[in-house]
Design a binder for this molecule. Structure first.
Ligand code: CO
Ligand code: ZN
Length: 332
């Protein structure tokens, strides 16, 4: 599974430009699903099983990034964010474009200015030394790049949000396939444009009309020095079962179904109460005439930086919990 994770997190796919990630996932799941298609927004929809509950499982393929808006005559660009870039985390980082060219993000005088910067203060250096910008132009999207690394059971990368959710979905598909008949009609949807406002999950859910929605996404933790988060989630404490975030109040029946599944299979879990953000589950829950929805969250430190850190044991717990839920008839 680590190889799949490394491939996914190092892939390039800012919101709205998920095609490279989609091709990778399509290759991974080709032999697992009963039916695969891509919808008009670019969501990859993979069906497994039939009968029982119609479940939409969503993990988003996109990562936060940026789009170039203006070039000066020396090859320095300005940009708009695609998703929640954290200005504090950007100085000195590298941005990769689809043609493979790398730019450097910088903000002048960062040494002398301790105040929190705004995105307007940054520029991207794409000067190629020959008066050009190496084929990169205004309108091109970019994504921050940093390679995958491991430290014991902790793994670090850019775009764990939400390629780790995609990896959990793929691994659950492998285990369901190996386990034989699936008593539910399960749609694994690898969604687009979550980071710019939960867009792909909404249209996919409108089309599929599921009876249950389950998102797979990262959640913040409160286990770092001086964390301001009013929550208990920490790395290594198991799958996080969402109770609430700013976009979703999980119906008690969905939360309790997940807790029962975790306890029956002896899977470590923790309850997630997140005082910020939302996930594909909020989009699914409000689609059509409404869909009961919940979320299995992968605890993650430093969300929306290039060093998003998760624990492999938590990842395993999330795969185990999702597989346990889907391989039996679902009762809410
Ligand atoms: Co995110
Ligand atoms: Zn996410």
């Amino acid at each position: 599974m680590k190889e799949t994770i490394k491939k996914l997190v190092e892939a390039w796919g800012p919101s709205g430009f998920e095609h490279q990630v989609r091709a990778l996932i399509q290759a991974e799941v080709a032999d697992l699903a009963d039916e695969i298609r891509t919808d008009s927004l670019g969501n990859l929809i993979c069906r497994m099983g039939s009968g029982g509950a119609r479940v939409m499982v969503a993990a988003h393929m996109d990562e936060i990034g940026l789009i170039l808006t203006y070039r000066d005559d020396k090859g320095f660009f300005r940009f708009s964010p695609l998703g929640g870039l954290i200005p504090d985390s950007l100085t000195g980082h590298r941005v990769r474009f689809e043609n493979g060219v790398t730019g450097v993000i910088h903000r002048e005088g960062a040494f002398r200015r301790p105040e929190t910067p705004t995105l307007d203060e940054f520029f991207i250096d794409l000067d190629d030394g020959n008066g050009g910008s190496a084929g990169v132009q205004v309108g091109d999207p970019g994504a921050l790049f940093r390679p995958y690394e491991e430290r014991g059971t902790r793994i670090m990368a850019k775009s764990m949000d939400d390629r780790i959710g995609c990896a959990v979905a793929i691994e659950a598909m492998r285990r369901l396939k190996a386990g034989g008949d699936i008593p539910n009609e399960v749609y694994f949807v690898f969604t687009v444009q979550e980071e710019v406002g939960v867009r792909g999950a909404r249209t996919a859910a409108f089309g599929l009309e599921p009876t249950l929605g389950i998102a797979l996404d990262v959640t913040a933790t409160a286990d770092t020095p001086r964390s301001p988060n009013r929550m208990v989630v920490g790395l290594g404490k198991g799958a996080a079962i969402k109770v609430h975030d700013l976009g979703l109040v999980v119906p008690p029946a969905v939360k309790e179904m997940m807790i029962r599944a975790a306890e029956s299979a002896g899977i470590p879990y923790q309850l997630e109460l997140l005082a910020m953000g939302s996930t594909d589950a909020s989009g699914i829950s409000l689609s059509g005439s409404g869909v009961p929805s919940g979320c299995i969250s992968i605890p993650c430190r430093y969300v929306h930086t290039t060093s998003e850190t998760v624990d492999l044991n938590d990842v395993e717990a999330c795969v185990g919990l999702l597989t346990t839920i889907l391989q039996k008839p679902i009762e809410l």
